[in-house]
Design a protein around this ligand. Sequence first.
Ligand code: GLU
Length: 293
Amino acid sequence: MNYCGRFAPSPSGPLHFGSLIAAMGSYLDAKKNHGNWLIRIEDIDPPREVAGAADKIIDTLDRFGFEWDEPVLYQSTRYTAYQDALHELQKEKLLYQCICSRSDIQAHGLQGVEGAKYPGTCRKRGFDNSTYAPQRSALRIVTGDQPISFVDGLRGTICQNIAQDIGDFILKRADGLFAYQLAVVIDDAYQGITDVVRGADLLTSTPRQIYLQRMLGLPTPHYTHLPLATDKKGRKLSKRLGSDPLNTDNPITALMAALEFLGQPLPPEYPASTREFWIWAIEHWSKDIICRQ
Ligand code: GLU
């Protein structure tokens, strides 16, 4: 199968240095493998969106010399596909409505790898199709008590037991919005993504995504999780926390810094254009020399 990679930013703010590393890692790996590279805007969480951010992200990628091989896909156009997937899971009796509040869940005091673990309180209710169904409820998927493992392109075998480490997780929120875990799986399959290269902050999400792929009969791409850039205080850079936006007036300096962060050899002379930068970077890209933080 032909390599197909992607960069999938949420439009919650402008791109920062950490986003550039994810975009660059996925782009270089795709181009080195003569593959396609796509952009997907993950705009399924309007309360967290910043007006104009999606356009700005695309403009920044353009100024930095990224070239994408298909029109940009917006997740806000894909709700029918997400709903169809929920129907399928519901038919398999894998979904149930959950009326627990965050504080209900915290009160159980079960610690998972991402904060409080869901104790499964509403699982026994099953899926209620009747008029008595709760008006405001999230939809959770039943998770199996078995390990899910995958071989990360940088980190070797990663293994997680979702039932023990996370608990049944949300696919549709109580406010009616689709969850990232569902949308990302449906669209990686829809776009024919064979290789996902992204930040290590999503490492603990990958087993949930593989579980969903299995439940929906979708293929599992190869995954590589890149080291994360942090600020002076050691915090992960984040759009939502307002990390410094990339300076679009001087793309080459940021591109060089990102390439260095990824442990790649730098061009012997400062590139005269982004085009020159990318020719060098693609030719010399090697995933194996990225440092594994
Ligand atoms: N939309 C996610 C983010 O901006 C990334 C999703 C992914 O790469 O799977 O953090």
